[in-house]
Design a protein around this ligand. Structure first.
Ligand code: AMP
Length: 494
């Protein structure tokens, strides 16, 4: 299926139908009509590296043939030589960064963009999100004779395009997408055409930009900035754009639904300098901090962010409360995100490598620690202990999201429900467990106020906030509509 991929030829080590590893966190990028398409794509992916650090790939089209380079590791590690970039010839290119914990040959095979030679020619696709009927779909396709090369949910789209009875590429693509459910922001490439699609709910972001006479698609605006591209607009939920020498054509091929953008993108996942849906992510995070200060004030000497993710909310908290903001924890920038490690053992080690108390400032002080979320509780437990060991008199923890009680099935990696601290414990129990003098989370309404809504509309929430409510807006088909006790997780839990 993929003659161009630079991957090993090991045989599959897991059965695709038994494999739970469908979930991932990703970033996508594409350039149309630029002589340095591959180099710009590498830069764009570099700006999106926070969305996935395990693997990166680029497919380019020189009008004659497609070229591809895909490898495990960061963008910087893999697209750092002129050699690699020069081989990716053409004025069109798409790229992908991903995080998954599927190991060995499976990880290699899952690196995107996926590429296939179909009846109409080459087709490359890069996906951010997660399909909720991938398993069901895959079973049907396998029964019909499709031979899967990866465990990626994205490959089901590819096979659905390949087996569609329609003639035109666009009709095949739409037909394929009408048969899948879940979250998808896609960029795709056929000869001399680039496609961008957002699922009807618009769960994951996707923006359109301009560079000279060319066009850019990117998960976030920070990836436009890095190459000096102008932001044109968000791709709308349920919209498909086709970019060709005739310009940008927009289609709305799906039945309209209420959009459900992922609110966690604002809280943690997107980069603070990005603008999504007219909201600057940094401003939203500061606003959440201010709401948090109003909702759960406590007398203290210092507001300390858990760097880097807690910084904007801590700035907002400090400004609103009048309590000085200070760096009571220093972060080493030579470590990846703590959470993005395959095993608990390494994750524990990672926290120590990553953060250190700024002892002279912390000693004898009443501290308000601000972080964006508590997932397993590993970070909070260590950080509170670190503050106490550094001589803090009181440690109060404030979290800029509501308690994470449910897993995400739409493309953000979270552990199984039973590993989520907030699923197992009350807020009081959590405070006790992490050793904090007090613990408070932003309320649901406070969070909605921070993104500019009056309150959370519980009849029809304005965002997807399933990880805080269990209110899953898109059917979890593979789970028979029931989130169940277990997530189809990417993490191999020990
Ligand atoms: P934990 O230590 O398991 O409670 O994880 C919480 C920390 O991980 C927070 O400080 C967040 O900044 C970070 N985090 C939360 N969700 C994610 C995610 N889906 N991917 C990566 N990091 C995350």
């Amino acid at each position: 299926m993929d003659p161009l991929a630079q991957h090993s030829s090991e045989t599959r080590t897991v059965s695709p139908l038994d494999d739970d590893h469908f979930h991932d966190e990703c970033g996508v990028f594409g350039v149309f009509n630029h002589p340095d398409a591959a180099a710009l794509t590498a830069l764009g992916l570099h700006a999106l590296q926070h969305r996935g650090q395990e693997a990166a790939g680029i497919v380019s089209d020189d009008g004659d043939i497609f070229h591809s380079h895909r490898a495990l590791g960061s963008v910087g590690d893999n697209f750092n030589t002129e050699n690699v970039i020069d081989r990716l010839k053409g004025s069109l290119a798409i790229g992908h960064v991903r995080y998954s914990t599927a190991g060995g040959s499976t990880a290699m095979r899952n690196i995107q963009p996926l590429y296939a030679d179909l009846v109409f020619g080459g087709f490359a696709i890069a996906h951010n999100g997660n399909l909720t009927n991938a398993r069901t779909c895959r079973r049907d396709l396998v029964e019909r004779g499709c031979i899967f090369q990866s465990t990626s949910d994205t490959e089901t789209i590819l096979h659905r395009i390949a087996t569609s009875r329609h003639r035109k590429v666009i009709d095949r693509f739409i037909d394929a997408l009408r048969g899948v459910t879940g979250a998808y922001s896609l960029v795709a490439l056929t000869r001399q055409k680039m496609y961008g699609v957002r699922d009807p709910f618009g769960v994951r972001p996707l923006v359109l930009g301009r560079i000279g006479d060319g066009w850019v698609l990117a998960s976030e605006t920070c990836a436009l900035d890095i190459i000096g591209a102008e932001f044109e607009r968000d791709i709308e939920p349920g919209e498909m754009v086709i970019i060709s020498e005739d310009g940008v054509k927009s289609y709305k091929p799906f039945a309209p639904v209420e959009p459900k953008f992922c609110i966690f993108e604002y809280i943690y996942f997107a980069r603070p300098d990005s603008v999504i849906g007219d909201r600057n992510v940094y401003s939203v995070r500061k606003q959440i901090g201010a709401e948090l200060a109003r909702e759960s004030h406590v007398d203290a000497d210092m507001v300390v962010p858990v760097p880097d993710s807690g910084v904007p909310a801590a700035i907002g908290y400090a400004a609103e409360s009048g309590i000085p903001f200070d760096l009571g924890i220093i972060r080493s920038h030579y470590m990846g995100r703590t959470f993005i490690q395959p095993s608990d053992k390494i994750r524990n080690l990672g926290v120590k490598l990553k953060h250190n108390a700024n002892r002279s400032w912390v000693k004898g002080k009443r501290i308000i620690l601000v972080d964006d979320s508590i997932v397993r509780g590993t970070t909070s437990l260590k950080i509170v202990e670190m503050m106490r060991n550094a001589g803090a008199k009181e440690v109060h923890m404030r979290i800029s999201s509501p308690p994470t009680t449910h897993p995400c099935y739409y493309g953000i990696d979270t552990p199984n429900k039973d590993k989520l601290m907030a699923h197992r414990m009350s807020v009081e129990e959590m405070a006790k467990h992490i050793g904090a003098d007090s613990l408070a989370f932003i309320t649901h309404d406070g969070l909605y106020r921070a993104v500019g809504e009056e309150k959370r509309n519980s009849e029809c929430p304005q965002f997807c906030d399933a990880c805080f409510t269990g209110d899953y807006p898109i059917p979890l088909v593979d789970k028979d509509g029931d989130p169940g006790p277990e997530q189809l997780t990417l993490l191999s839990e020990g």
